[in-house]
Design a binder for this molecule. Structure first.
Ligand SMILES: [Zn+2]
Length: 110
């Protein structure tokens, strides 16, 4: 799995879950994994193994293909772990309030 594909997958798992109003714990139980495993998928600490994909799709009530769709506006991941719709320079993370001043690293404190 490429880095880009991993990022899309992580992004979609979180996006679809939130769009359905599901919490991580419920999804993790439904997919037969631990809470930290699910959280790690969303935060891109690690990628799901292939055999997990059908279970993820089932608990998110979508198709496996939906997990790999890349039609969202670009997002960046803040240092705090929050996904932020790419706010461009000067944008703020809604979770920790850090201001995005550079592209790489995307967010810096203060
Ligand atoms: Zn943040």
């Amino acid at each position: 799995m490429t880095v880009e594909t991993s990022a899309i997958l992580a992004h979609n798992i979180q996006r679809i879950r939130e769009s359905k109003g599901l919490n991580r714990n419920r999804c993790a139980v439904g997919a037969g994994v631990g809470f930290n495993t699910w959280k790690g998928w969303e935060l891109q600490w690690h990628s799901p193994r292939t055999h997990h994909l059908p279970n993820i799709a089932r608990v998110l009530e979508c198709s496996v293909a939906d997990l790999f769709v890349n039609d969202e506006p670009p997002r960046v991941k803040c240092d705090c772990g929050q996904w932020v719709e790419d706010p461009g320079l000067g944008g703020k993370c809604p979770k920790c309030g850090r201001i995005r001043v550079e592209f790489d690293p995307p967010l810096t404190a203060d």
